[in-house]
Write a protein that binds this ligand. Structure first.
Ligand code: AMP
Length: 396
C-alpha cells in the first residue's frame, strides 16, 4: 500500500474525497470548520508537490439537487485557508466538469458540487464512480467520517485506481490512532462508554470486553443494567428488551476478568428539562416519579479513581443529558479526569459526536491525546468491523 508521504503528485490530477459535511447556520455560514481544517495537510502536500486537486465531498443528506446543501457555501472559506486558486463546478459530473478538469493547472483546486445530489453516490453505483474516476490520475481518500459507507466516491471508485490509491493524512492518522488503542493498548486499558442505549453500544461492548481491563458505563445504559439486577430505576430510560443482554454483559465481563463500573448514585429529575427539580438517589432505588439524568457525585469520584489509574483510555458517549447544564456535571467530571490522566501520561482517545461535543463544551480540546473527527465510522471501527473506505485502499 502506498503512503501519501512517499508519493509525488507532480503533474497529477488528484481525485480527493474529503468529508466537508460541516454545520451551517441559517445564513449558510460554517459554524465549525474542524473537518475542513483537518484536511489541509493533505491538500497542502498535493499542491506543494505540483499536483492539482479535484475535490469531492458530500454536505448534508439532500434529496436531489438541493441548493441548501450546495458545496458553494464553503468555497470562500476554502480559498481563504488554502490561499490557492479554487474553482467551482456546479455539478460533479458532465460537460462543465470535463472542461474545467481539462483546464486545471498544477497548484489549483476544482471543488465539485455535492456528490450526494446524485443518488448513485449513496447507491455505490459503479458507472457513476467510473465517470468520476475518469477525471483523475490518482485517488486519495481522506474522508474517515464516511469510511463506514460503501458509497461511489468513498469506496467503489478505488477499483479504477488499482495502483494509484492511498489514504490522506487525516484518514491515515485516524486509523493509526484507533489501531493504537484497539490493537496495542498499554494496560490498564479503560473504556468509558456512555450515551443513551445499550442496544446501540452492544457491538462495541462485545468487541471491547476481551481487550479492556475496565469498562465504565455512563448515561442511560446504567438504568437498564440496574433494572436487570433487580433495582428500582423510576422513570429512567430503560430498554426492557435488553435486560438479558445486560445480564450477559456482566457475565462475560466476569469470565474475562474485566471490572465493570456502573453508577452507584444518580442525579434524578421530575421531568426531562433544564428547569427540573433535582435530587440525588442511589441508582438502584430511584422513586417511581423520578428519572435518572446524570451520574451522581459518588459515581463521578469512583470513575475518576479508575480513569486516573489507566494508561489507555477510550471514551465514547456522555455520562448524562449533558446538553442541559443542570445535568452536565458528570460528563464534565469524567472529561476532567481524562484530561488529568492524560497529563499524567495516559493515552486518551475521544470519539463520537456527543463526547466530542462535550469536550468542546468544556474547552478541553487540548487536554486529551486524540479527538476523532468521526462518529459512526469510529464506532464501527471499534466494533471490529471492516470499513469499506479502508478496505478499498488496502485491497491489492
Ligand atoms: P448516544 O448517541 O447513544 O451516544 O447518546 C447520546 C445521548 O444520550 C445524548 O443526547 C444524551 O443526552 C443522552 N443521554 C445520556 N444520559 C441519558 C439519560 N440518563 N437519560 C436519557 N438520555 C441520556
Amino acid at each position: 500500500m502506498i503512503r501519501i508521504q512517499d508519493y509525488s503528485f507532480k503533474n497529477k490530477r488528484v481525485l480527493l474525497r474529503v468529508d466537508y459535511n460541516v454545520p451551517l447556520n441559517e445564513q449558510f455560514e460554517i459554524t465549525d470548520t474542524a473537518r475542513i481544517d483537518a484536511s489541509l495537510p493533505t491538500l497542502r502536500k498535493i499542491l506543494d508537490d505540483g499536483g492539482s486537486i479535484i475535490l469531492m465531498s458530500h454536505l448534508g443528506r439532500p434529496k436531489g439537487k438541493d441548493p441548501k446543501c450546495s458545496l458553494e457555501h464553503i468555497l470562500n472559506y476554502l480559498r481563504e485557508v488554502t490561499k490557492a486558486t479554487v474553482l467551482f463546478a456546479g455539478d460533479c459530473i458532465g460537460a462543465e466538469v470535463e472542461s474545467k478538469v481539462k483546464a486545471l493547472q498544477p497548484g489549483q483546486i476544482l471543488l465539485l458540487e455535492n456528490v450526494r445530489f446524485y443518488k448513485e453516490e449513496t447507491d455505490g453505483n459503479v458507472e457513476f464512480a467510473r465517470q468520476l474516476a475518469s477525471y483523475g490520475d490518482v485517488y486519495v481518500n481522506d474522508a474517515f467520517a464516511t469510511a463506514h459507507r460503501a458509497h461511489a466516491t468513498t469506496a467503489v471508485i478505488a477499483q479504477f485506481f488499482p495502483k494509484d490509491k492511498m489514504f490522506g493524512f487525516l484518514m491515515q492518522k485516524e486509523i493509526d490512532e484507533l489501531n493504537k488503542v484497539m490493537n496495542s493498548p498499554k494496560h490498564p486499558f479503560t473504556a468509558i462508554l456512555g450515551g443513551s442505549k445499550i442496544s446501540t453500544k452492544i457491538d462495541i461492548i462485545n468487541n471491547l470486553l476481551p481487550k479492556v481491563d475496565n469498562l465504565i458505563l455512563g448515561g442511560g445504559m446504567n438504568y437498564t443494567m440496574h433494572k436487570a439486577l433487580g433495582g428500582q430505576v423510576g422513570k429512567s430510560l430503560v430498554e426492557d428488551e435488553m435486560l438479558d443482554v445486560a445480564r450477559g454483559i456482566l457475565k462475560t465481563a466476569k469470565e474475562k476478568n474485566v471490572n465493570i463500573y456502573m453508577s452507584v448514585d444518580s442525579i434524578t429529575s421530575d421531568r426531562f428539562g433544564n428547569d427540573a427539580y433535582r435530587r440525588i438517589y442511589p441508582t438502584n432505588a430511584i422513586p417511581a416519579e423520578m428519572e435518572g439524568m446524570d451520574i451522581g457525585p459518588q459515581t463521578a469520584l469512583n470513575y475518576r479513581d479508575v480513569i486516573m489509574n489507566s494508561s489507555t483510555i477510550l471514551w465514547n458517549g456522555p455520562m448524562g443529558v449533558f446538553e442541559f447544564d443542570l445535568f452536565s456535571n458528570g460528563t464534565f467530571m469524567v472529561a476532567d479526569a481524562v484530561a488529568a490522566a492524560t497529563k499524567k501520561g495516559a493515552f486518551s482517545l475521544v470519539g463520537g459526536g456527543d463526547s466530542v461535543a462535550a469536550v468542546h463544551k468544556f474547552k478541553m480540546e487540548g487536554d486529551v491525546s486524540y479527538i476523532s473527527t468521526a462518529g459512526g465510522a469510529m464506532l464501527e471501527f471499534c466494533e471490529g468491523r471492516q470499513l469499506p473506505g479502508i478496505t478499498c485502499i488496502m485491497d491489492e
